[in-house]
Design a protein around this ligand. Sequence first.
Ligand code: B12
Length: 494
Amino acid sequence: MTVSKVVLFNPRSSAGRTPVLPMSLLAVGAVLESRYPYVIVDGNLIDDAVAAIEDEIDTDVKTILAVTVMPGPQLEHALPVCRELKERHPKLTVVWAGYFPSQHWESCLKSPLVDLVVRGHGEQVFLELLDALDGGRPGDEIAGLAWRDPSGEPRSNDRGPVPRPDELPEWNFDRVPMERYLRDTFLGRRTVGYASSYGCPYFCNFCAVVNLVGGKWRAQSARRVAGVFETYHRRWRVDAVELVDNNFFVDEDRVAEFSDRIRSLGMAWWGEGRIDTLLRYSDSSLRAMRDAGLKMIFLGAESGSSETLELMDKGGRLAPEMTLELVEKLGGLGIIPELSFVLGNPPDPEADARNTMDFIRRVKKLNPVTEIILYMYTPVPLAGDLYDQVRARGFAFPETLEDWTGPDWLDFVQRRSDAMPWVGRSLRSRIRHFERVLNAYYPTSTMTRLTPARRRLLRAVSAWRYHTRAYAWPLELDLLHHVMRYQRPETSGF
Ligand code: B12
């Protein structure tokens, strides 16, 4: 078989909102340039994905449909699209890749809709696979690939190489309609994303990234990243960039040099980092970042309890006091800390949640503009105490793709589930009530349409609850939320 065309498909993920640039497909597409003809089809931009993909199919046997899949809505869209296409074109080769298939490759390959799975960062693995298919070989020996053996059993090879993004070709932005991806956010009117590094050097055992890269971190040079900012600015008048790197701030020298290089562009930016790393940064690096437009840093504070941090493998490197120290420091510099917490951790979800809620009050006292993102603990299939403990309490991942797209599991992956065996419904609602009160008393700065008058109103109405810790059933705040939507959408922090 010679591969005549590759269709890279991004299932719908942003219903009703300006979509996020399909970065995974731009990254994969970049290595296909001048090697294989390809197109990017974004389900966020069209109504009928099946028709759009069919338009691109040359012949059933020679076209490869490669789909990026995140858990949740993307999976929900990928499934019917692939089903319909497989029915009409039974010989079409369908490859799935991205966070969901990388972790749950067995469920994917149990379905006849998926022929092959690329696990982890896919540039090299996918290119090797295409070369194999193009040469008439099955490719089943390629590291990073999962496949079905002749008896129909799913098999996976070892993890593939984590590419060095500095050696990879630049993304070809002309492959997508960039104007349609410029979002109006609290950072800027024309915000877009970029990924300047792959992986993360840490092994926190609740994080999906560990499965993808096994502790590797590889980055582009400061010069290259600054070059992309310049291109964004010059070609599309981009004024803000979300750096979606799992851990942008690993290398202080790189960040400081990057900051110096982009300062004159006057762009705003946002990135994710670790508390321990940033505490080690010098004051001059922190100031350089701020002066270069860094508005907010997303930080995994995870918990207010040292024991829980220990269980998450964050212990030793992170203690609640360190979170407080950094929150105060960033406050002095005018960079907003955005802290994410994972509540309801085993073995004692009640005590864990109580501890963290109290801790959040301390954080807010020190630096009231700190953004707080609350997640419920959601297991990932990784060896470790946390996953073992939830399995002991009856937790098991679904086995088929159809089960994964049932309403309970869709809620689960979006961290909204009420049905986790180790967290009772009453705890879940207590956390929701706390969140409602907290967000009213400290309205988020990320919602530009919350006027000062509305902020004052929210604060006035919620003050007694916050001060007396009377969080339960805040019906008046539910009503205000209904009118003003004062809680930031969970996805804005990804
Ligand atoms: C951008 C993003 C989004 C965007 C979607 C972008 C899109 N595709 O349309 C939005 C904001 C919509 C989003 C939503 C959600 N997201 Co999201 N998102 C991210 C984020 C921040 C960056 C992903 C990215 O673009 N990276 C840059 C590219 C270059 O890398 P990549 O995506 O990893 O792609 C590489 C490989 O995965 C692989 N690959 C991926 N696709 C393909 C396809 C092919 C054909 C091949 C060969 C290879 C390949 O190769 C690529 C190049 O190396 C990641 C966290 C992160 N830092 O990675 C979370 C992340 C993927 N999201 C996550 C989650 C849970 C969600 C949500 C389900 C939940 C939530 N709380 O909002 C929602 C809902 C999803 C939906 N609506 O469908 C989790 C997944 C966790 C897990 N257990 O799997 C992550 C890891 C965040 C986290 N740490 O929890 N998300």
